[in-house]
Design a protein around this ligand. Structure first.
Ligand SMILES: Cc1cc2nc3c(=O)[nH]c(=O)nc-3n(C[C@H](O)[C@H](O)[C@H](O)COP(=O)(O)OP(=O)(O)OC[C@H]3O[C@@H](n4cnc5c(N)ncnc54)[C@H](O)[C@@H]3O)c2cc1C
Length: 390
């Protein structure tokens, strides 16, 4: 058994680390200053500039096929890079990406939606969640009815990341209520904002926020169906599958950085004449954090490896998402405790992480939904105890 990275994986990881350290980390103090003044930490054009600088560095389209100018990296390497991105709390991501399911578009749609999204000229959002259907995604109600050569969409989506900024939305709508969304009754539509949907910003405990999208008789031409009619639910599950190893990979980067801060603080902060790290109470928090971080790292890499092997990644990815999301919440909580009152201030990024990572247990499948998947796989015998070594 070999737990080492290959030379290529290490080289790509180290180059990403170098970029983040040199170009992104230096923006952190300014970001905190702006956010304290209730301004966006990073403006869209600043993000774009960073992405273009990364492109010159060779980083563009981690998951994007080479024919679209991307790097087409294996999932394990992508996971390693998401961890590097997580080390800085600047909301940076490499450019040249598009929602995975946009690659299912036909040639005309690829020209209109996929390529401009990869190039950063257009912004997308993905919308399945509704006020009445989150975990129970098959219960969506936003309807699309055929009318002449068009479809007419009515209903509301909510909590849509990037929904306020997007030029177009990938919308999962009910096209056959009798069949139900899960059984071929839902279809994915590519819907330009210019077609008439409205968005409304939702305040959250995190920085930035998602949006609700309102569709009142929004007319969409038939040619804007993504994939096949009736394929919407499967496409949605494919979209969500990607986040199940990238989100916890990001969490590992956050937890590593936060734990580093806690170790430094534990050695430099003195109480009662000695460093707080001399106390077992502090040591145990460090030890538990390091152990859970290491456990998460391997669960996540195994999930990504499963993707690269062409195996069904769902079980491994659900465990990675469940454990990684919980881990980062526990680690950041301990790191905040170790920093005492300073941890609670907005001078440091710890309280920011505390607010940010709470989301990781909710979006793209809550903890409970991951447990449901894992348990169902076991009870129905879809997976064997012992993972891929069984
Ligand atoms: C900031 C943010 C960004 C988001 N981005 C997007 C996006 O880009 N696109 C998009 O489509 N959606 C997005 N979402 C929606 C997100 O995926 C949902 O919020 C999530 O799936 C949970 O759905 P819900 O909020 O309706 O909670 P509910 O489904 O109502 O669940 C409420 C609680 O009950 C639990 N629960 C539900 N059913 C069961 C059960 N059977 N057994 C045990 N427990 C259960 C849940 O785990 C949860 O704890 C985003 C959400 C947030 C907060």
């Amino acid at each position: 058994m070999d737990f080492a990275l290959s030379d290529t994986e290490r080289a790509v990881r180290d180059t990403a680390r170098d970029f983040i350290t040199r170009e992104v980390v230096p923006l952190e103090q300014e970001l905190l200053r702006r956010e304290r003044a209730h301004r966006p930490g990073l403006e869209p054009d600043e993000l774009r500039e960073l992405q273009l600088r990364a492109r010159a560095f060779g980083f563009w389209g981690l998951a994007t096929p080479e024919e679209y100018g991307g790097m087409d990296l294996p999932a394990v390497t992508q996971s390693l890079i998401w961890t590097e991105i997580g080390r800085s709390f600047v909301p940076f991501r490499f450019g040249g990406e598009a929602d995975n399911i946009l690659f299912r578009a036909n040639d005309e749609q690829k020209r209109e939606f996929l390529v401009p999204t990869i190039e950063g000229e257009r912004r997308s959002c993905f919308a399945i969640t509704e006020p009445g259907a989150g975990s129970d995604a098959a219960n969506i109600r936003l309807s699309a009815r055929p009318d002449g050569g068009d479809w007419v969409l009515n209903g509301e989506k909510t909590f849509i990341t990037g929904g306020n900024e997007a030029d177009f939305a990938i919308v999962i709508a009910v096209t056959d209520r009798e069949k139900g969304a899960r059984n071929g009754g839902a279809t994915a539509f590519l819907v330009d904002r210019a077609m008439g949907w409205r968005s409304e910003f939702i305040q959250t405990m995190g920085e930035g926020g998602p949006a609700s999208l309102v569709f009142d008789d929004v007319r969409v031409p038939r040619r804007n169906i993504l994939g096949e009619p009736g394929q919407g639910f499967d496409l949605a599950m494919e979209w969500i599958g990607k986040g199940r190893y990238t989100i916890p990979s990001h969490a590992v980067g956050i937890a590593e950085r936060a734990l580093r801060m806690a170790i430094d603080h534990a050695t430099t902060r003195h109480t009662f004449g000695r460093p707080i790290g001399d106390n077992q109470a502090i040591q145990w928090m460090l030890a538990d954090s390091e152990t859970e971080l290491e456990a998460a790292r391997w669960l996540i890499l195994r999930a990504a490896w499963t993707v690269d092997q062409g195996m069904d990644p769902r079980h491994a990815s659900s465990m990675a998402k469940l454990y990684g999301a919980g881990m980062v919440n526990r680690v950041v909580d301990r790191v905040l405790q170790i920093h005492g009152g300073m941890g609670y201030t907005r001078e440091l990024p710890v309280e920011r992480w505390y607010r940010q990572v709470r989301l990781y247990r909710i979006f793209e499948g809550t903890d409970e939904m991951q447990r449901l998947i894992i348990a169902r796989d076991l009870l129905r015998g879809y997976t064997r105890l012992g993972g891929h070594l069984a």
